[in-house]
Ligand binder design. Structure first.
Ligand code: FAD
Ligand code: SF4
Length: 804
């Protein structure tokens, strides 16, 4: 098998790998290096995260399981520092060397940071990755005033996000009008007025010369001597291709890494794709052209006949609520162009098309962009517009179907992914699609910025005719293998008495008979939740860490984290852990955030023997289950403690360990309101008070930091156990698989949960189902120790028996 290595784990690169896998899944052994510590995510949606519309988990495009399933060796958090072109290998900052036959550089761009004094102060950031987003979100918690430098697309999206986060925002722009490269002065002034009405302030024609402050930013100084105060500065003035690794390795670089029409660089068998590549002197900064490049490159690398990449025409939209804007091509008239224009000042609608020699060469639409795809097609295909009605605002919300009928098949619907009406109609017809989700999954339409979704819905309605069910079309199916939603799946399992993952997929006519990493673990969970004690877990349908009962690490080794109930251990257990760590040469022994000891860097084949020698239960540090119950020392030793937090923590952990839940669950028990075990940011947190316990729910200490809400105040430990059992079971029964408690409570409403749990009979019934479920679990490490079959199948440990 040929070795394919890719540097960069971002949108353009991974899309190219997807294309390669579609063409020739067995041809390459693939290795990907990604500097960021994450799988590939939808960078476009960072603005939506900042604006509070979504969270990081929802913008992951390729999960870690996807890499595993496609046998891709992924090294996250690892930067390639050098390409040795002679020896055909890459070297990383962690000393790793990987040989390649073919190499793709897909290193994207970095934010351009103004080289001015003070640019390195705390509180100054670009807007490029999730780290920048998290920094801005955190700053908004502590500080009040943000300044965004740059009145372009990114700057305005960042500014809108910061307003949503409760900050006061000034946008500083060098030019007299906003988005001056995409909008003419009329559209620009309409945009400015709209954003001002949303609370944004603008400092136009200002050149920043210095960032002022001590360690942290305090303000900006401009070249006219004026000053503005700031606690946070976001620089959104452009991007700079990330070419350093190519340049250091002797590959020809101009503004980007220079490529030909096959995306080949100056070095043999080395290609570049995405924002790091410069093609015919252009570096593109939007995904649509980058995905086109990826298609050409995939064909080239797989050895297929391919058309060349000839460059792209791009269109721009702004993802800010209340602003409908589209722009493409030329903006300004010259002696050779004529304008066709509509300006409805009253309604704030402005449309202008620039025409040269009967062909559209530029489009600016503000306030109504329904004509954008049709006009963009005319522009990119350079069609003669004689006799064509220019502004017809097709595809209105109500009357979509008739407009769709008149739309030609080659009209582009999803600009980001290059999907035409014809491709969507064909997929709907040949693959029996009935929901938006499915169309997206099959064709990629709507998978990036999502603006085309209303039109995809109209095409669905038009193609399905009488069979179109508007409510069903919007429904979120479990995954692309089916049209069935979670609610329907649960109802079908109950009604038809389905008892295995295979049976579910078979009877409910999954369009992919093997299912995928999204649906199989979900079905397995729902079956276990419904059939309580009698369901036989389908281990092979679980996510990889659960299947292995150990977390896979970035270098392919595993971690071992034994259970320490309530974070309490003994000298004997500590000795055992130390001995095992020494014997198996464990490279890292570390205290975890959940008050346990983790052994990291363990070889797969050593797992069962280590578990056996530890003789401790699995801590389930890898599972969608109860992870840890963190406790403070409490009344047993602390002079402030009013309750026995350790005893309660241990009791909770012993009762609910191994329970399958939709997502991981963490608990914390503090014996007084000083809250040393951080009970306020746990899925369930308990705080001791005089005469009882407060129970907090839906807290989260991860990416989406969230303080827990008070669910109830109870008197005794028995009350705690009863309320917790009922709450957890209600979560198990009503949450979507992979929905954290924080998201679930936000979706169903805290008051609703309180109402349900206020009823004693309901609590009793929930606890009965919980107890019935808990009976079925067995200790998984022990199971592996005792079963040669499991050891052989999952851990490649083969014991030779007499006679073999
Ligand atoms: C906030 C925001 C909003 C956007 N909105 C839109 C939009 O609405 N529409 C649109 O079309 N586009 C939009 N974009 C642009 C779009 O996200 C990019 O065009 C696209 O992500 C580029 O893909 P890429 O693979 O070239 O680079 P990236 O997605 O940046 O991926 C490159 C990856 O390579 C990694 N890397 C770099 N050097 C190394 C190394 N030496 N070793 C290992 N890894 C390395 C980087 O860490 C990064 O993860 C937006 C971008 C941002 C930041
Ligand atoms: S939470 Fe209260 S009781 Fe527990 S350790 Fe802290 S101060 Fe002591």
């Amino acid at each position: 098998m040929k070795k394919l290595v890719m540097i960069g784990n971002g949108m353009a690169g991974v899309r190219t790998i997807e294309e390669i896998l579609k063409l020739s899944p067995e041809q390459f052994e693939i290795t990907i290096f990604g500097q960021e510590p994450h799988p590939n995510y939808n960078r476009i949606k960072l603005s939506n995260i900042l604006q509070g519309d979504t969270n990081f988990e929802d913008i992951i495009i390729n999960t870690l399981d996807w890499y595993k399933e496609n046998n891709i060796q992924l090294y996250t958090g690892e930067t390639v520092t050098k390409i040795d072109i002679e020896r055909k290998l890459v070297q990383s900052d962690q000393g790793r060397e990987v040989q390649y036959d073919e190499l793709i550089i897909a290193t994207g761009s970095n934010s351009f940071i103004l080289p001015i004094p003070g640019a390195d102060k705390l509180g100054v950031t670009g807007f490029r990755d999730i780290k920048d987003c998290e920094m801005m979100i955190k700053s908004a918690d502590q500080y009040k005033k943000a300044v965004v430098i740059g009145g372009g697309l990114l700057g305005l999206e960042a500014a809108r996000g910061l307003l949503n986060l409760g900050m006061k925002v000034d946008v500083v722009h060098l030019m007299p009008s906003l988005m001056e490269r995409q909008l003419d002065p009329i559209a620009s002034s309409l945009l400015k007025a709209e954003l001002e009405s949303q609370g944004m302030k603008f400092l136009m024609e200002k050149e920043t010369v210095e960032i002022i402050g001590d360690e942290r930013v305090a303000g900006l100084r401009f070249n006219d001597g004026s000053f503005v105060q700031a606690d946070l500065v976001v620089m959104a003035i452009g991007i700079k291709s990330n070419t350093s690794v190519a340049k250091n390795s002797g590959i020809y670089v101009n503004r980007g890494i220079v490529v030909n029409d096959f995306m080949e660089t100056s070095a043999p068998n080395v290609y570049a794709v995405g924002e790091c590549a410069e093609h015919r002197e252009i570096v593109y900064g939007l995904v649509a052209p980058l995905y086109e490049q990826g298609k050409v490159l995939a064909d080239r690398i797989c050895g297929n006949e391919t058309t060349t990449y000839e460059g792209s025409v791009t269109g721009t939209q702004l993802k800010v609520a209340g602003v409908d804007l589209f722009s493409a091509g030329e903006i300004f008239e010259d002696g050779t162009t004529k304008s066709i224009m509509v300006y409805n000042e009253y309604e704030g609608i402005y449309k202008r098309v620039l025409v040269r020699n009967n062909r559209i060469v530029g489009i600016v639409l503000y306030g109504d962009t329904k004509d954008s795809t049709r006009l963009f097609r005319l522009l990119s295909k350079k069609e003669d517009i004689t006799g064509v009605s220019i502004f017809e605002s097709q595809c209105s919300a109500e009357g979509g179907s008739s407009d769709i009928a008149s739309m030609p098949n080659d009209e582009l619907v999803c600009g980001c992914n290059g999907v035409t009406k014809g491709a969507i109609v064909e997929a709907i017809k040949t693959q029996g699609l009935t929901t938006l989700d499915q169309v997206s999954h099959c064709t990629n339409a709507g998978r990036s910025c999502g603006r085309c979704k209303p039109m995809v819905n109209d095409i669905l309605a038009y193609t399905l005719g009488d069979q179109f069910d508007a409510a069903a079309a919007q429904k979120t199916s479990i995954c692309g293998c089916t049209t069935i939603s979670r609610e329907e799946l649960i109802a079908e399992i109950k009604e038809k008495g389905l008892t295995s993952v295979k049976e579910v997929m078979n009877v409910l006519e999954w369009n992919n008979e093997e299912g995928c990493t999204k649906c199989r673990p979900a079905i397995n969970y729902y079956l276990g939740m419904i059939h309580m004690d009698e369901y036989k877990d389908d281990r092979d349908s679980r996510l990889v860490n659960e299947k292995m009962h150990a977390n896979i690490q970035k270098d392919g080794t595993y971690s071992v984290v034994p259970r320490m109930y309530g974070g309490v251990t003994t000298a004997a257990d500590l000795k055992k852990i130390a001995e095992v760590a020494e014997k198996y040469d464990v490279p890292l022994v570390k205290l975890t955030g959940g008050q346990r000891i983790g052994l990291f860097g363990v070889k797969k084949e050593d797992l069962p023997r280590m578990w056996e020698e530890l003789d401790m239960p699995s801590g389930y540090a890898y599972g969608k289950t109860l992870r840890t119950v963190k406790t403070c020392v409490g009344a047993q030793f602390c002079r402030y403690g009013t309750q026995d937090s350790m005893a309660l923590g241990i009791e909770l952990e012993k009762k609910f360990e191994r329970l399958d839940t939709p997502h991981k669950v963490k608990m914390g028990v503090s014996a007084c309101p000083r809250n040393c075990s951080e009970s306020g940011i746990k899925d369930i947190g308990f705080v001791g008070i005089d005469g009882g316990w407060e129970i907090y729910v839906a807290g989260n200490g991860g990416v989406d930091l969230r303080a827990g809400d008070l669910l109830a105040t109870v008197k005794t430990e028995a009350d705690v156990m009863e309320m917790t059992g009922a709450y957890l079971q209600y979560y198990r029964e009503t949450a979507n698989y992979l929905e954290r408690t924080s998201k679930w409570v936000e979706r169903v409403g805290l008051e609703h949960v309180k109402e349900i749990l206020a009823n004693e009979e309901t609590r009793k019934a929930l606890n009965e189902r919980m107890d019935q479920t808990l009976k079925k679990y067995i200790e998984p490490w022990n199971e592996a120790i005792e079963s040669e079959k499991i050891k052989d199948k999952y851990y490649a440990v083969h014991t030779v028996k007499a006679g073999e």
